[in-house]
Ligand binder design. Structure first.
Ligand SMILES: [Mn+2]
Length: 319
């Protein structure tokens, strides 16, 4: 049988596709098309005839496999772990789990979920090396890093691979190449391939440059650190505040998105002192949202974003 592999265009989607590739080819099936997809498809995705109609590739359509992406009833296989897996109420009602369609929001990664489902439902015997891959995706896809330091210095081979995947838009050809590598080789062997190693070096250099910027511009105000990146968003180094101030529980960040100012508030996942405020709820009072550990809101001008930031920081210091 021939399948088309559709997968979310990030490390977890590509790694899920690698697991699926190994399983399908192992039982004598073939892959017709590798199709990286992203959430800009949403409108078309809602069409029941999506797999017949879409223009992502020309030529024959094979049985679709969808991984790490919202549900679609026209799939031969579907595995996802996102809380937003069902985009249409009618699809959600009709959905029935079977051995090739499952939804497991408890999994940290779709890669791990796919691995577990294929083992359990099909008696698949995966190659030993996949244990490393699923362990890493459970870290990367859920940002469960051991420390802030680990994310800045990026010494593990998995970082080079994820940097390589994120560096360029995922064309079908490039995705097919890397997915096959992920299916056949351990991460440390992929990380030393010239293009992958170069992406890793580039990102490590950028991280060090941005760390220097944070050292200079990060402001401490009691329970929160503050960084203003509205002049240059490329300076962003998400976990730098927690590396520089491991005991400070909150970080407030200002960035710019087109005409809007974006105010992001996050909790330090590694500090011993746990922030007690539900960040998403607090940001909702500013018209934004989020979850317990991170949230954001948008503002029309600089004056209002700074006023909100000062109010929020004051509030964080009162609890
Ligand atoms: Mn995922």
């Amino acid at each position: 049988m021939i399948y088309d592999l559709y997968f979310h265009n990030d490390f977890d989607g590509w790694a899920s596709a690698a697991i699926m590739l190994s399983f399908l080819e192992g039982r004598g099936d073939r892959i017709g098309h590798f199709v990286p997809i992203d959430h800009d498809l949403q409108e078309q995705w809602a069409d029941d005839a999506f797999f017949k109609k879409h223009r992502i590739f020309a030529g024959k359509r094979n049985a679709p496999v969808v991984l790490d992406f919202p549900y679609h009833p026209g799939t031969a296989f579907w595995f996802d772990h996102h809380p937003t897996a069902f985009k249409k109420e009618s699809w959600k009602r009709k959905f029935k789990e079977d051995r090739s369609h499952a939804y497991r929001p408890r999994y940290y990664s779709c890669c791990h979920m796919t691995y577990a489902m294929l083992k359990r439902n099909f008696g698949w015997h995966p190659p030993e090396r996949f244990k490393e891959l699923i362990a890493w995706l459970d870290v990367v896809d859920a940002a469960r890093y051991a420390s802030a330091e680990e994310t800045i210095f990026m010494k593990d081979p998995a970082f080079a691979v994820t940097n390589f995947i994120d560096a360029e838009p995922g064309t079908a050809k490039r995705a097919a190449e890397v997915i096959r590598l992920l299916a056949e080789r351990p991460l440390r062997e992929i990380a030393v391939l010239p293009k992958v190693a170069a992406a890793g070096r580039r990102e490590r250099k950028r991280a060090l440059r941005n760390l220097a910027y944070y050292r200079k511009h990060l402001v401490v105000r009691g329970a929160a650190t503050m960084i203003d990146l509205s002049a240059d968003r490329t300076r962003l180094l998400r976990y730098a505040p927690y590396y520089l101030h491991p005991e400070i529980p909150y970080n407030v960040r200002i960035t710019r998105k087109g005409a809007f100012y974006h105010l992001g508030l996050s909790k330090n996942p590694w500090s011993r002192i746990r922030g007690r405020i539900h960040v998403g709820r607090l940001m909702r009072t500013y018209g934004g949202g989020g979850h317990d550990g991170a949230g954001a809101a948008e503002f029309k001008d600089r004056k209002s974003v700074l006023r909100a930031r000062d109010e929020i920081v004051e509030r964080l210091n009162r609890t």
